[in-house]
Design a protein around this ligand. Structure first.
Ligand SMILES: Nc1ncnc2c1ncn2[C@@H]1O[C@H](COP(=O)(O)OP(=O)(O)OP(=O)(O)O)[C@@H](O)[C@H]1O
Length: 609
């Protein structure tokens, strides 16, 4: 029935057994824009360079003919060398220009593609991000597009020039003598059959390769990120073993691919060079029977011997296209994931009442919220409490459209959230999470992020309200202190207070706090609560809390259990009822007055005795 969309999916592209071999080309084509023209120029230059490479061979053939006919004078040698040198230099220049153009186009395409993925991600439901690791999102924006470089900057121009050279030389050979040409091309189809089989054999393992690659990356990242836990629990041996197994699996699949390719790939290289073993006997027979002259034989030996060799570049292009296509498919799938529908409309809201009407919600088919109905009224504080896993955070997240509900609806000011444009909704709602995200920037910039164009006084006022001003000014650079990646140089409570300051600065009509003061010390927490209750005037506050004393003054408390509202009322009323809330409160009181040395059970007995 209802669904969370992305839910528990694995990373896209990993579960497929069929490969779309041309996914990388589709992706390149769709995101090339103006770079298509640059690629075309690069291809033309590569073909010119390949043509110029043939000039010395042509000159050599003429020289050999002159030698055979005893016409080779010193000036003939000199002019041949001069022209050959010129052709080589011009060929290098054309090749260099082609490579430069191809790289400009490739990096342009990668840039466009990264922007397209990043822009698309902005439109995805916020829940898409909470369902995935940071590494996965980073891979999609940075690493996968990067892989197209090998196709755009190398594969396409090199393979086009190789193909063009091969076609031109074939026509040339056939124009000179069709019998000798047949002798020259005889082995080429056999060589290609080898390479097609080799490519098909190795490509079948590409999905496994990609999966092993991802597993290795994830495992090594986890190993590094989890180092403190690993050391404290003295489990480095097992964790290293896990990471090294992932690395070994990756190496195994690499070797497997190489093993399935190398023998036939080697046969291909041998066969394309073996033309001469056919050219010479056939040529000598025709020469003896007077069908061809020595100059023609020399022509085929010089030009025909290695003429299929450039086709290896074509083969490498196919291999790269197949290899990169597995990664490109993941990018295509993300780009194909429907963005969260956005009406883009600014609507008039009567008030800021947030109403859940028979809302049910599931993650990947598992229903975690059942038929929730309540209204968080403007100017009041509504608290969601309940045991761990009862659905509090999920309910709060739906308010900001982390996911869309498929059953029931949520309205703000009487308007379905899905009808309100995303920009307006984001202006209306501020969210403070338990796991705060801060930018690797100054404290002022992190707080100021809450409101574009906020001045220093606004930032300071918000910091004061969030009880952050004192610890900020105690720092050497005050508000200009840089706090490192994710605010690593701050304590958990300090990070939370900066996030609260940011939300206070945003000054949105609806504020959702999900365990926002969990890491704050009791004094700061009390002061923040005070600041937040002042802030609540005229606003809608929805608070998720385990620490029940923080919501005792809430206007309305909703008690959730297994995704259902089992009780509601204010603190006094709920205590009198002696139901779920009263039990939660009692447990909470016991926990607060408990010490690590006194088991909770004993403490409860003390209370009742
Ligand atoms: N992204 C997710 N994908 C799948 N299941 C999820 C996801 N997030 C939460 N859940 C599941 O949904 C249920 C409700 O989780 P939720 O986090 O909303 O509970 P909670 O009451 O806020 O818990 P806590 O107090 O421990 O934070 C839990 O069973 C949880 O395992």
């Amino acid at each position: 029935m209802m669904s969370a969309g992305a839910g528990n999916e694995n990373c896209p592209g990993t579960n497929e057994t069929k490969i779309d071999y041309f996914a990388s080309l589709h992706l390149l084509w769709h995101h090339a824009g103006g770079n298509r023209f640059t690629i075309a120029i690069s291809v033309v230059l590569a073909i010119v360079a390949a043509g110029l490479e043939l000039v010395p061979l042509w000159l050599l053939w003429h020289l050999v003919v002159d030698v055979i006919e005893a016409k080779a004078t010193f000036s003939v040698f000199l002019s041949t060398a001069g022209f050959a040198a010129f052709a080589v230099l011009a060929g290098y220049a054309a090749q260099g220009a082609s490579v430069a153009k191809a790289h400009i186009a490739a990096f342009g395409i990668i840039h466009r593609l990264r922007l397209a993925v990043a822009t698309h991600l902005v439109g995805l439901p916020l829940g898409w991000f909470s369902d995935r690791s940071l590494g996965e999102a980073k891979t999609l924006v940075i690493d996968e597009p990067e892989r197209l470089e090998v196709v755009a900057a190398h594969g396409i121009p090199e393979a086009s020039s190789a193909l063009a050279t091969w076609v031109v030389v074939s026509v040339w050979l056939f124009a000179v003598d069709w019998r000798m040409s047949l002798a020259t091309v005889l082995l080429t189809p056999v060589a290609f059959l080898m390479i097609v089989i080799a490519t098909m054999r190795s490509s079948r393992k590409l999905v496994a390769f990609q999966t092993a690659n991802r597993r290795m990356n994830a495992s090594v990242l986890e190993y590094v990120a989890g180092m403190p836990v690993v050391k404290i629990f003295n489990r480095s041996g097992e964790t290293v073993a896990g990471a090294s197994t992932a690395v070994r699996d990756y190496v195994d699949i690499e070797l497997d691919i190489a093993r399935s390719y190398v023998p036939l790939g080697g046969a291909f290289s041998a066969l394309v060079l073996a033309n001469v073993t056919i050219i010479l006997p056939v040529g000598l027979l025709l020469l003896q029977s007077g069908e061809i002259d020595t100059a023609t034989l020399a022509f085929f030996v010089i030009l025909g011997a290695g003429y299929s060799l450039p086709l290896t570049k074509l083969f490498h292009l196919f291999q790269n296209i197949a290899h990169v296509s597995v990664a490109s498919k993941s990018v295509e799938e993300v780009l194909g994931t429907s963005a969260q529908p956005d009406t883009g409309r600014d609507v008039t809201l009567e008030n800021r009442d947030m109403t859940f009407e028979n809302v049910s919600f599931a993650y990947g088919g598992r229903t975690v919220l059942h038929d929730l109905s309540f209204t968080a009224l403007t100017g009041t504080v509504t608290a969601l409490v309940g045991p761990s896993g009862s659905g509090k955070s999920t309910a709060a997240s739906l308010v900001a459209r982390f996911h869309d509900v498929a059953l029931g609806r949520i309205t703000l000011g009487g308007v379905d959230l899905r009808e309100i444009g995303r920009d307006q909704l984001m202006r209306e709602i501020s969210f403070v999470f338990q796991d705060v995200f801060l930018f690797d920037d100054t404290i002022a910039a992190n707080i100021g992020f809450g409101k574009a164009g906020a001045g220093n006084e606004d930032i300071e006022a918000a910091a004061r309200a969030a009880q952050a001003h004192d610890f900020i000014t105690a720092m050497p650079q005050g508000y200009q202190t840089r706090i490192g990646a994710s605010g690593i140089t701050l304590s958990g409570g300090e990070r939370q207070r900066i996030a609260i300051a940011r939300a206070i600065l945003k000054d949105a009509p609806v504020l959702v706090l999900d365990e926002a003061t969990a890491f704050c010390d009791p004094d700061s927490e009390a002061a923040i609560q005070q600041a937040l209750s002042t802030l609540a005037e005229g606003r809608t506050l929805i608070v998720v809390a385990h620490r029940l004393h923080t919501i005792a003054a809430a206007d309305r408390i909703l008690v959730l259990s297994e995704g259902r509202i089992v009780e509601e009322g204010d603190h006094r009323m709920l205590l009198q009822r002696q139901g779920h809330y009263a039990r939660l409160w009692e447990d909470w009181q016991a926990v607060r007055s408990n010490t690590l040395r006194t088991p909770l059970k004993d403490k409860r007995m003390e209370h009742t005795s």
